[in-house]
Design a protein around this ligand. Structure first.
Ligand code: ATP
Ligand code: MG
Length: 586
């Protein structure tokens, strides 16, 4: 654990717009708190529960928590909310760290709610001594029964008025492991008639004889989210505790925990952390809620993502069709595209559903500017340029990017036999067709104008080869190139091309709201059967040599990324990240 690392690595900061350009309500609050001197420095935290992989919704929270810290010269901690050991796994802990770093952020300090278990425990004892918490012997069913409803007040537990001494004794015995799971709880003593159900003597601790990935079997009791989160924030001196709107109704309980435990006024409660050498900066945090990121055509809850994996409906957590950060990364999404999405969507308290095309648009925008161009043929058809000599070979210079000369040039080998896309030839062309037809002409990208003289078919009538004539006077720049030929198609030189596995991914769900169960169907019923298609294509050598995770625009086809795990230069594997245009519109 280190507290010396700056909250955001300097070289990664450049991607965050200067603070003054973002004007959302949270940044306004932060600005005012700094201006008024309420805080001299900003501290935020990102508090994931390590019970699954992060999804695209989390990217919004990460960019906000870490982004604000970076923009206002503050610090952001990564804190694992590991208070629910049954569902937690070290695999998730590792992946979450990878994801945060991949998005371009570094935490000031890595924490676990479990680092604070001793403090939570002392805080709970303090609440009992102060008459603000009691041990309740009601069963979980009874607790539910006593709780009341939105329209009816709850009833007080018969154990609510037991003495502080008795509660303290029972709580210590809970801690010692004397009682079975569910036998008792520690509850806050607030108000069973409150209009806010969260304040009706909520549970603060429950008995759970479960081993914890961080603390082993040291604890048979675990704190509830509300107290753990509030006190965790207070311990770390979090100034702005940012979370999603569903926690709005919990804010009074959050404040109740912070105020009634009063860590700043009771430094003795922090003794266990000082003993461990853990830096602490107790302060009163403020919870601020913002709306979640929702995107149509996706499911985002961890529960559903977990089911997709468990039921083999996708190929694991990092399947390129998944809306996990690991999946999006493997699909070819870039950190810059996701940060752009978060900026574009903005921060507010208004719930909304973002159209999937906005997400894809952000990726196109980033890759259009940044991705080098390459030629690849996905559904190959042989084209023989019959007027070139056998063995003809030459090397042409192609710019890597049409608008950005700084990306340089590459050599592309050209020869007598080419692969072109099958869909660039039509025997009977539809209206408005501009590409190849028998006897017709089209431009071969960067190489001249070709005319189709012969269509070779197999016994079944399937076109297996085209033979054509390359106009030797029609190279780009020559006089002969100036005649009117509308279509330009891409190609790769057959003897030089490298065979590639090309994975054509599309949206995982075929309906806008896969979560909508109103018609009796669930998200499993809406899986898009065409969301993954694997084909054997050909790519130019300069694409085959890519390093894993390198992105290209394959001209006229889309943006592709060399697969993070399966790609090797000798055996290229490319995933389609996004098509060039929105094919789902309308
Ligand atoms: P889910 O409900 O999708 O399973 P979660 O909220 O349980 O996710 P946590 O690990 O508790 O997941 O979330 C960590 C942080 O990320 C929280 O502060 C939460 O508010 C935020 N977060 C989760 N989902 C979204 C979302 N869709 N948009 C923005 N922030 C989110
Ligand atoms: Mg949660």
């Amino acid at each position: 654990m280190s507290d010396t690392v700056p909250s955001t690595a300097p070289e990664k900061r450049a991607t965050d717009a200067p603070a003054s350009t973002k004007k959302d309500f949270i940044r306004q609050i932060v600005r005012e708190d700094l201006a008024s001197g309420k805080h001299s420095a900003i501290r935020t935290r990102f508090p994931p529960e390590p019970n699954g992989y992060l999804h695209i919704g989390h990217a919004k929270a990460i960019c906000l928590d870490f982004g604000i810290a970076a923009e206002f010269d503050g610090r952001c901690n990564l804190r694992f909310d590991d208070t629910n050991p049954a569902k937690e796994d070290p695999e998730f802990v590792q992946a979450i760290q990878d994801d945060v770093r991949w998005l371009g952020y570094e935490w000031a300090s890595l924490r676990h709610a479990s680092d604070y278990f001793e403090v939570y425990y002392l805080a709970a004892e303090k609440l009992i001594r102060d008459g603000k918490a009691f041990v309740c012997d009601l069963s979980p069913e009874q607790v539910r029964e006593y709780r009341g409803t939105l329209t009816e007040p709850g009833r007080e537990s018969p154990y609510r008025n037991r003495s502080a001494e008795e509660s303290l004794d029972l709580f210590r015995r809970m801690r010692a492991g004397e009682f079975p799971d569910g036998a008792r709880t520690l509850r806050a003593r607030i108000d069973m008639a409150s209009g806010n159900i969260n304040l009706r003597d909520p549970a603060l601790y429950r008995i759970k004889h479960v081993e914890h990935q961080n603390t082993g079997d040291a604890w048979p009791i675990y704190p509830m989210y509300d107290i753990a989160h509030a006190l965790g924030d207070a311990i770390e001196g979090i100034t702005h505790s940012l979370c999603t709107l569903e926690f709005e109704d919990h804010r009074p309980l959050y404040d109740w925990c912070v105020d009634n435990v009063d860590l700043a006024g009771h430094p003795e409660l922090l003794q266990p952390l000082l003993a461990k050498g853990l830096p602490i900066e107790a302060a009163k945090p403020r919870q601020i809620e913002f709306s979640r990121l929702n995107i149509n055509y996706t499911v985002m809850s961890k529960r559903k993502l977990t089911q997709l994996v468990a039921e083999n409906l996708v190929d694991g957590w990092d399947d390129p069709r998944m809306y996990t950060l690991q999946g999006l990364r493997r699909r070819g999404y870039t950190p810059a595209a996701l940060r752009l999405l978060v900026d574009r969507v903005g921060i507010s308290k208004q719930n909304s559903v973002i159209d999937f095309s906005v997400l894809e648009g952000c990726l196109r925008e980033d890759l259009d500017a940044a991705a080098p161009r390459r030629m690849a043929v996905i559904d190959p058809l042989k084209l023989v340029l019959a007027n070139l000599p056998e063995g003809h070979e030459e090397s042409l210079d192609f710019p890597n990017h049409p608008k950005d000369a700084s990306l340089g040039q590459r050599r592309v080998l050209f020869s007598r036999e080419l692969w072109i896309e099958r869909e660039d030839f039509a025997e009977v062309p539809p209206k408005g067709w501009k590409r190849l037809v028998p006897g017709g002409e089209a431009r071969l990208r960067g190489a001249g104008i070709v005319r189709i003289d012969e269509v070779v078919k197999d016994d079944g009538g399937q076109v297996v080869e085209l033979r054509g004539w390359l106009d030797p006077e029609s190279r780009p720049g020559m006089e002969g190139a100036n005649r009117k030929v509308k279509g330009t198609i891409h190609w790769v030189s057959a003897p030089h091309a490298v065979a590639a596995e090309i994975r054509l991914y599309d949206r995982l769900f075929s309906v806008e709201r896969p979560d909508d169960e109103s018609d009796g169907k669930g998200y499993r019923d809406h899986l898009n059967p065409d969301s993954k298609r694997t084909v054997a294509g050909w790519v130019e050598p300069a694409a085959a040599q890519a390093v894993p995770e390198q992105s290209f625009q394959f001209e006229r086809s889309g943006y592709f990324v060399a697969d993070r795990y399966d790609h090797a230069p000798g055996r290229p594997v490319f995933n389609r990240s996004v098509t060039l245009r929105d094919t789902w519109a309308g």
